[in-house]
Design a protein around this ligand. Sequence first.
Ligand code: CP
Length: 305
Amino acid sequence: HRHLLGIEDLSPADITTILDLADTYVDQSRSTAKHSDALAGLTQVNMFFENSTRTQASFEIAGKRLGADVMNMAMQASSIKKGETLIDTAMTLNAMHPDLLVVRHPNSGAVALLAQKVNCAVLNAGDGRHEHPTQALLDALTIRRRKGRLHRLTIAICGDIAHSRVARSNIMLLGKMENRLRLCGPRTLLPAGIDKFGVEVTENMDEALDGADVVMMLRLQKERMDGAFIPSVREYYHRFGLDAAKMRAAKPDAIVMHPGPMNRGVEIDGELADDINHSVIQEQVEMGVAVRMAAMDLLARNIKA
Ligand code: CP
């Protein structure tokens, strides 16, 4: 592959290759020898047109651990503010010969469009409600390490599915690896026709969590709602917010996941989010660095070939 634009383009073998390499980068990142040189001599530019804490920081750390020259474009201070288009901005940076371009953009499809215009490898760091491939890969790595496998697991994905690129990429990845997927949320936050994709859909958290190995919670993405009806926060938390009582329906060793940023007391109880017996939320962040190291390493091998 020349780019990493979405899970849609990856085969189960591609996914396994990335996760196997990422496992080695978990070990490297935990050691005192954090640096290696897979990206030495290469220039990585991070362009985030939407806010980010985890994705931007981990792409920067990943690039630096692999020896790349990493530049973070401060998009708030860029000439986008003077009316320069996305494509002109990308072409301007392209003329400076970057090798890896990491892009987050509020519009679905914007990152794929940009990839057609530049000469370097492009990694999608989240485009609108379309895809967030490195998030799904880091979630998969977390699940595989915790559960010892990435197939035949019962996985509940709960909350605002309709506006979530995280849900979309995860549904594709976990479906490709032959897991049983249950989606749960208010009807207005479930995409129409999603049940055709081999997933079970319910508005009842007990049904969704019954015997689940993995419970993945999502944030209400108000920035993408366009006035969609949602219950009050109180009612939402009562029906769909994950707490210890609702977790009793899942397997005793079920893990709780959240891509972050989380809203405590809205989609998840704060104590449960911090409960190390279930919650793997911090581990997901750790896996994010390793997965991004692996993804950039594999693309760099193509660049150098
Ligand atoms: N999970 C995730 O994409 O978080 P950020 O928006 O902070 O990067």
